[in-house]
Design a protein around this ligand. Sequence first.
Ligand SMILES: C[S@@+](CC[C@H](N)C(=O)[O-])C[C@H]1O[C@@H](n2cnc3c(N)ncnc32)[C@H](O)[C@@H]1O
Length: 321
Amino acid sequence: MRLISFLVYIPLQIAFIPLAIVGVVLVAYRQMIVSKKMGISQTAIEVINGRWTMHVFGLRNDVATANLAAKLPNTSIFGLWLVIFPLWVKYKISGELFLYPRIPDSGAENLSDLFITRTLYFDRIIESAIGTIDQFVLMGAGYDTRAYRGVNPHQMTFFELDQPDVQAHKLEALANANISCDHVHFISVDFTRDNVFEKLAEAGYDPAKKTLFLWEGVTLYLSEAEVRKTMRSVSSHACKNSILLADIYANRMLNIAKSAVGKQVMDYTSEGLGFGLDLNTSWKDVLSGFVESESLSLGEAIFMGSDSDSGPFMVVVEMRC
Ligand SMILES: C[S@@+](CC[C@H](N)C(=O)[O-])C[C@H]1O[C@@H](n2cnc3c(N)ncnc32)[C@H](O)[C@@H]1O
């Protein structure tokens, strides 16, 4: 089937080149220009686009993401299909992933795998913790649908934290997609200014309950002081054995993103890049030193791209109270 899949894929991909260009332009237009006009984060769109792709390839069942993405004016499902259709056909014929999306071995990831493998690594740690936690706090929730996927074995309480404009937009899209969110407490925060735990307490967060704080795709948009401030509040306010789950980026990756095109894209929607760690050498020691410096203990750590001579470009890290 592999041979047949290539025989179909190659001419289809060639024929699709102009359509794929239209698709890229459409998705980029919606993500950048429409997000900017609406005054909301464009970074959260990249993540939902990745998860939508995982859903349509059958890598991660996420009907809520498919329904939500279809209602977001700042992405284009049609545009995404124009880009991925030949790869999707190839995958359907051969059953083998090729180029994108793909699931490389741990350590062999590259930047194009970021949203796919990051989601899977976070899922894995969340799944192993989920039976033991009572509260799930999504910090910088964006368009994450983890609260709407029916995985709630013992009626955890969900809290979603994000900037007010992003949250208002998500609520509108959830309503348009007929996704019930009555079980979720929405809290508007700005991590650069607000006291997260004061806001959580106002919304009914119980400090005595074991909590999973998911902070996915956010630390890189904050300064080191802001990241440390939030880590410190979690370590001092959350009860023992609560978990803070985050991704932290290598300075070398942030420098690539800050260079030329990356910086212009981020500046366009006023989203700067900030905090990273030097992960070129001794990355495990660097990470544990950082985590322990804020009175948290290091649990699982998955370093993406660690096979590279320059070291990993990011780490998904479980920090325990
Ligand atoms: C890349 S998105 C990740 C979204 C989500 N965690 C996910 O994985 O789908 C980053 C999110 O962080 C939020 N964010 C960035 N800076 C923030 C801040 N200072 N305060 C609150 N939220 C912030 C953005 O609004 C956006 O929704």
